[in-house]
Design a protein around this ligand. Structure first.
Ligand SMILES: Cc1ncc(COP(=O)(O)O)c(C=O)c1O
Length: 495
């Protein structure tokens, strides 16, 4: 039974919760956050418009029957999301959401043509720049260490180390720790699949997974369809395997142009398609299921292998995780990794290659042979004890707000005409610069000014996207980030 002193408090809390729920918000979390979510919805639906004055903190507290500190905390949360701003002696106002008005970047205008791949240029320095803490990190696609559960993982690893004792330094023999493969199998339900532990092999990141997949289904000289733009590491892999690329333009909203793909498949002999359908790098779209189905049909008709890179699939900004291509067609070779979302340095990835699995396993013996036991077991344990799901819930929100904030800042600071992608997940933003601004020049000048960015031509095997850049939004908003966007804006204007 409640004590007389706590009962009214609990009754009041329940009433507050009912009010928040009645207003259409079923989210979990502290009251101030739910109130902030409620107001965010009103701003997004334009019930509260850019420039509108918000009710005073006191008024809002009274309306919602919450204390003034709770109301204030809700406003501060909205402010940190970049949705409202405090004006001195005047109160809080809804911020202009200029980014919503910026058009989406154009598609590649180049007709698909087979290309052999040149040596990388600024690409090598991009990852090296990541290690340089003096540079503002808009270049490499990596989140801030402050958002990753590094300390928790280290503790988990230490506990596993103690449990295993001397054996903790052992190999992780192929196909990789059963503990991790069981967890992956369990999670595959969320991807729309029903995979078993035996369907997986643990790899050294997604890089090894994609490379093994390509080596299994292609031979040197073959042509592989890639998205345009696409993740630049893929071009490196294709070059080293002596494969040719056929880049097919993608729409910023929903992925690869299927009509163009169909035409290209009619004309050209293709060995495989490598795609990043969920939260694409660099654009951030998620391909809708009906388009995924058509893609699968197109490839099935010609017996073309699909290699799916699902590196960012766990990072939707809102709602459910998108399904994998593999959920719709079992023969798809699924590759994934924990590098971009949990522990970059552990280098733990995986592959589920279906009928190609024995070949993939044989090839692993000629690449990395065996994996590292402790990082693999640590990730398995983190998945098993619920730590990963808890962490994902917070980080998805963080990326949504960081991307939104970056979009606003870019539109405010860059010259008129800048176009921005509308990422549905992950932390990358694709940005078309106005006019003929040369992204490689900008890359060099920005670096001199202490800012790392990824220039557009890196994402095209044919050197397309000369006036595009990709911006990493994986870091919490800060003064230094705000200043860096201002500096970039000034450099773009000069170009
Ligand atoms: C789409 C995509 N695939 C693969 C990788 C490489 O992943 P890993 O570090 O796990 O090898 C990246 C890295 O940026 C990526 O963006």
């Amino acid at each position: 039974m409640n004590s007389p002193s706590t009962a009214p408090v609990q009754t009041r809390r329940k009433a507050q919760n009912r009010r928040v729920r009645r207003a259409g918000n079923f989210a979990q979390g502290p009251l101030y956050q739910r109130l902030a979510d409620l107001l965010e919805k009103m701003i997004q639906s334009r019930s509260l418009r850019a420039g509108d004055r918000m009710p005073s903190v006191r008024q809002f507290g009274a309306q919602q029957r919450v204390s003034v500190p709770t109301a204030l905390q809700a406003y501060v949360t909205l402010e940190s999301r970049g949705l409202i701003e405090a004006r001195p002696k005047s109160g809080f106002y809804v911020r202009a959401r200029l980014a919503d008005l910026a058009p989406e970047p154009a598609r590649s205008s180049l007709a698909p043509r087979i290309t052999t791949l040149e040596d990388p240029d600024p690409m090598e320095s991009l990852l090296a720049d990541h290690a340089n803490s003096k540079l503002v990190p808009f270049g490499a696609a990596l989140p801030s260490a402050s958002l990753l559960p590094g300390i928790k993982l280290t503790r988990t690893m230490a506990a596993i180390g103690r449990r295993l004792g001397a054996n903790s330094i052992d190999y992780d023999m192929a196909p990789g720790s059963e503990a991790l493969r069981c967890e992956l199998a369990r999670r595959s339900l969320e991807w729309g699949c029903t995979l078993k532990a035996d369907d997986f092999m643990v790899t050294v990141g997604a890089t090894e997974a994609v490379s093994l997949a390509l080596r299994s289904v292609c031979k040197p000289g073959d042509t592989v369809v890639v998205e345009s733009p696409t993740y630049f590491g893929l071009a490196n892999t294709l070059r080293e395997l002596q494969l040719k690329a056929l880049p097919i333009p993608v729409n910023c909203a929903d992925g690869i142009d299927l009509d163009m793909l169909e035409k290209a498949l009619r004309k050209t002999r293709i060995a495989a398609c490598v795609l990043v359908p969920n939260f694409h790098n660099p654009i951030g779209f998620a391909m809708p299921d009906e388009r995924k189905r058509r893609l699968i049909e197109l490839c099935a008709r010609r017996n073309i292998s699909i290699i799916e890179d699902d590196t960012y699939g766990d990072l939707p900004h809102k709602g459910a995780r998108p399904r994998c291509l593999k959920a719709l067609e079992d023969s798809v070779i699924l590759c994934g990794s924990f590098s971009k979302k949990l522990a970059p340095g552990y280098r733990v990835g995986y592959i589920a290659a279906g009928r190609w699995q024995p070949r993939v396993r044989a090839l692993k013996q000629t690449s990395t042979l065996i994996g590292a036991l402790l990082p693999t077991l640590t990730i398995a344990e983190f998945l098993k004890n619920g730590g990963y799901d808890r962490y994902l819930r917070s980080v998805r929100q963080a990326y949504r707000h960081q991307v939104a904030r970056m979009k606003e800042a870019v539109v405010e600071n860059f010259p008129e005409g800048v176009c921005l992608s509308r990422p549905k997940g992950g932390y990358l933003l694709w940005c078309e610069l106005p006019g003929r601004a040369d992204a490689v020049k900008l890359f060099k000048q920005a670096r001199e000014a202490g800012i790392s960015i990824a220039p557009g031509p890196m994402f095209s095997p044919t050197g397309d996207f000369r006036n595009f850049i990709r911006i990493n939004c994986g870091h919490p908003w800060s003064k230094s980030i705000e200043n860096a966007v201002g500096t970039l804006g000034r450099l773009v204007r000069k170009l």
